[in-house]
Ligand binder design. Structure first.
Ligand code: ATP
Length: 239
């Protein structure tokens, strides 16, 4: 027993159509239950391996808007979320989060637009559209991240420089140390380095736990940096 807000999930496959594409995603199709044991959980894997599909379903089942934001955001510019959202059952802990945010790179523009619309004199807009992509992304993460919150992030590194990824890493560790929970899809070898995190890999079929050094993000980055000339020669030949 731990004190996480989201302790695990299960999928009711009877609620998913027989011809649904979800049944063809190798890492998802055999999931019955999944337990979270650490305050920081990562989903890693190749493009198209199903990370965002599972993360989005988890976020929506927990009460977040499919396109992101706080739990108070309620809008939809397009209805693209999968039937997995209705089939997921979340095991909740006994604590209630004091804050929360579902951050996703792909619909961040729409969330920033809504933030402006929702603003009033008591809650002035942060004018995210007037900041650079990376500046606004980090600003929004920092505005909502605090102790005892629940945070579901889909590729938060997408707009961030390596230095700002380190800033985000520090903020995540600080909040996690004080009771926050993070579930994060990432390709970033920097963020994945967060100590004592649990990493679920969506590669090689069934979803499984792996070590930092076993992730492609680490292996490919390490290989490239330490063997750049050799690797480029192999990849590009005499071109
Ligand atoms: N509406 C849909 N209809 C059919 N297939 C879909 C649909 N949405 C997603 N898929 C497929 O489901 C698979 C998983 O997609 P998902 O976005 O979860 O991948 P991902 O691991 O998050 O990838 P990335 O790292 O590129 O973000 C992909 O093969 C994708 O083409």
């Amino acid at each position: 027993m731990n004190n996480l807000f989201i302790q695990g999930l299960s999928i009711e496959w009877t609620k998913i159509r027989q011809d649904s594409y979800l049944r063809n995603i190798d890492a998802i199709k055999d999931i019955n239950g999944l337990d979270f044991k650490k305050s920081v959980t990562f989903f890693v894997g190749e493009n198209g391996s199903g990370k965002s599909t599972l993360l989005e379903a988890l976020a929506v089942a927990y009460g977040f808007n499919p396109e992101g934001g706080t739990k108070n955001y309620s809008f939809s510019t397009y209805d693209s979320h999968s039937e997995l959202c209705d089939a997921i059952r979340i095991t909740k802990g006994f604590r209630r989060p004091k804050s929360g945010y579902f951050l996703r790179a792909e619909s961040f523009y729409n969330v920033a637009t809504k933030e402006k619309e929702y603003a009033d004199s008591e809650h002035p807009s942060e004018k995210y559209h007037e900041k650079s992509h990376g500046e606004s992304f980090l600003a929004i993460a920092q505005k909502y991240m605090r102790a005892e919150g629940i945070y579901i992030f889909d590729e938060p590194e997408a707009a961030l420089s390596p230095q700002r990824q380190l800033t985000l890493l520090m903020d995540i560790c600080k909040c996690a140390k004080h009771g926050a929970q993070f579930i994060i899809v990432t390709h970033s070898p920097i963020l994945l380095g967060i100590p004592d995190a649990e990493i679920f890999s969506f590669d090689e079929g069934e979803l499984h736990l792996c070590e930092y050094e076993e992730t492609d993000s680490y292996i490919v980055t390490e290989l490239f940096i330490n063997n750049r000339n050799h690797l480029l020669h192999k990849l590009l030949g005499e071109v």
